[in-house]
Design a protein around this ligand. Structure first.
Ligand SMILES: Cc1cc2nc3c(=O)[nH]c(=O)nc-3n(C[C@H](O)[C@H](O)[C@H](O)COP(=O)(O)OP(=O)(O)OC[C@H]3O[C@@H](n4cnc5c(N)ncnc54)[C@H](O)[C@@H]3O)c2cc1C
Length: 493
């Protein structure tokens, strides 16, 4: 049994014990170190640490520990030694210092949507940023300052009533922290670029416990690194985003097409989305239920004059196979939370693979559709997002995002019930095999935020020509690889 497993068992026992919250502080607790060794956190150390925070520290036997360790992907059931709910920059600094001084394996959590569970850990310490979710808008200069634990919905709800917006993801309970640091794709990207293309600067606590500003003038190498390098360089306590004037009411469209026409529907999606004006954002996909029923879908938004929509959607209507054809005006802020539930709601076990398309052909479409097969407990969905427009106009070394030449982002996600853990192996190996068939058609690389089980070699080469520069930034700001639970850039010093 590995040390980490032993400590995990101890965490479970502590949680199951009948100690009250008050008496919980009367015990030492075992913990895991950065190098997967074992250490002990004494009750005195923990008490002193907790006393110094504005926020709270949760131990395995604290009320609220089980809720705080939950992630969106219920495949992960991880039990950290401590969860520090940080409430202010000084809390983040104190927590980083405590973790470093005790050599603790450390995770950073914002929205908890990491598919690979990187924002939680067994036996280590979690820097939980969720209490830090404030958003301020400087209307005159069109800048939003957003704390590092905010969700996308926190940001949209503040900026939209002011007629301003910036690119964020398509599900409002996703964290600004993780989404932005890895790139950040969303409904506004064809017009305004990725989330990282709108980051004007950050405030960040680095591994030495210092709070730094990173922007064009201050620490420009770090500013470059945080735009696509994930959580490798520190804990971002505040993001500064460029905002854009935009209409608050936009058009939402959704077409569902029966599975038997899925291949033609995907071809139509590719033709439609690539030829569409930049004020159209169209997502495509195919889904299959456990019983083998399924559909293809073309959905998205139009940000231009409402009178033009019928003409715009004519190719989809002329196709004539949609069984659901819905077009309606909606507040952008509501569009942003319109698919929060259903397949995107937390509460299921998941496995996903992702990549980029640089070429579309018939064999790819056939492989996507023919490869889908029903399994007794799992739902499978393939999703597509266009990568042309504003993201493609940014240079491949201006930010860490090395895939500016991609035409589409593609992913395949399997999900099954929390209670069906006995199906994990079957569902995961099916998704891996499916992806093995799709992968030869992709142009290489994957979205940093879609990291699943790629090895270090794949992670390095995914950063492409930017990897060497990332290593330099890592050597400067995190030479001991304190922030390692991410698409890790390994330091060489
Ligand atoms: C339902 C769903 C919808 C999604 N939709 C989109 C989408 O539309 N567009 C898109 O681009 N991606 C999307 N994603 C992927 C998403 O970008 C990643 O899952 C991302 O990691 C989520 O960030 P988070 O803060 O919620 O996650 P967390 O699990 O909390 O964090 C993920 C990682 O980010 C780092 N991190 C988080 N906050 C900070 C911080 N303040 N400082 C330093 N490091 C930090 C840490 O390394 C952490 O391990 C979606 C994911 C899900 C589950």
């Amino acid at each position: 049994m590995r040390r980490r497993d032993l400590i995990r068992a101890a965490m479970g026992a502590a949680a199951a014990s009948t100690f009250t919250n008050a008496s919980a502080w009367a015990r030492d607790i075992p913990a895991v170190t950065l190098s997967d060794g074992e250490t002990t956190l004494t009750k005195a150390d923990i008490k002193a640490f907790a006393k110094g925070l504005n926020g709270i520290v949760l131990r395995p036997d604290s009320d609220g520990y089980d809720i705080a360790r939950e992630l969106w992907n219920k495949y992960w059931d991880l039990r950290p030694a401590l969860i520090a709910k940080c409430n202010g920059v000084e809390d983040v600094i104190a927590t980083v210092n405590f973790a470093r001084e005790h050599d603790l394996l450390t995770a950073v959590r914002c929205g908890g949507h990491s598919m690979s569970g990187k924002s939680m850990c067994d036996g280590g310490l979690v820097i939980d940023m969720t209490p830090m979710n404030n958003v301020d808008v400087d209307v005159r200069n069109k800048i939003a300052s957003v704390e590092g634990g905010a969700q996308l919905g926190n940001m949209d709800r503040k900026t939209q009533p002011l007629g301003l917006g910036t690119t964020a993801g398509v599900v409002s309970h996703t964290g600004v922290g993780g989404l932005t640091l890895g790139g950040g794709m969303g409904r506004l990207q064809r017009r305004f670029g990725l989330a990282i293309d709108n980051v004007l600067g950050v405030e960040i606590v680095t591994a030495d416990g210092k709070m730094l500003r990173a922007n064009e003038k201050e620490n420009p190498d770090l500013y470059w690194g945080v735009r696509g390098g994930g959580g490798n360089f520190g804990v971002v306590t505040k993001f500064f985003f460029r905002l854009h004037p935009m209409n608050q009411t936009i058009l939402n469209f959704f077409f569902s097409i029966p599975m038997e026409y899925a291949k033609d529907a995907l071809k139509l999606y590719f033709d439609f989305s690539m030829s569409a004006r930049e004020d159209v954002f169209a997502m495509g996909g195919v889904s299959m239920q456990p019983d083998g029923t399924g559909n293809a879908r073309i959905s998205g938004n139009y940000f231009g004059p409402f009178s033009e929509i019928d003409q715009m959607l004519r190719p989809i209507r002329n196709f004539g196979k949609a069984t659901v054809d819905r077009v309606y005006p909606m507040q952008y802020v509501d569009v942003q939370r319109s698919i929060d539930d259903g397949v995107n709601a937390p509460g299921r076990r998941r496995y996903a693979k992702g990549g980029f398309l640089r070429n579309i052909d018939e064999d790819l479409i056939n492989t996507i559709v023919d490869g889908m097969e029903p399994l007794p407990t799992r739902h499978i969905g393939v999703g597509l997002l266009p990568m042309d427009g504003a993201p493609a106009r940014v240079g491949a070394d201006e930010t860490v995002w090395a895939h500016r030449d991609a035409l589409y982002n593609i992913d395949s996600t399997s999900n099954w019930a929390v209670s069906d853990s006995d199906m994990d192996a079957q569902n995961i190996s099916w998704n891996r095999a499916y992806w093995k068939d799709v992968e030869p058609f992709l142009g290489g690389g994957f979205y940093v935020n879609a990291l699943m089980d790629e090895d270090q070699g794949q992670i390095n080469s995914n950063y492409g020509h930017n990897h060497a520069r990332l290593v330099e930034v890592k050597n400067t700001y995190d030479p001991d690889n304190f922030f390692r639970l991410n698409a890790n850039v390994q330091p060489t010093v």
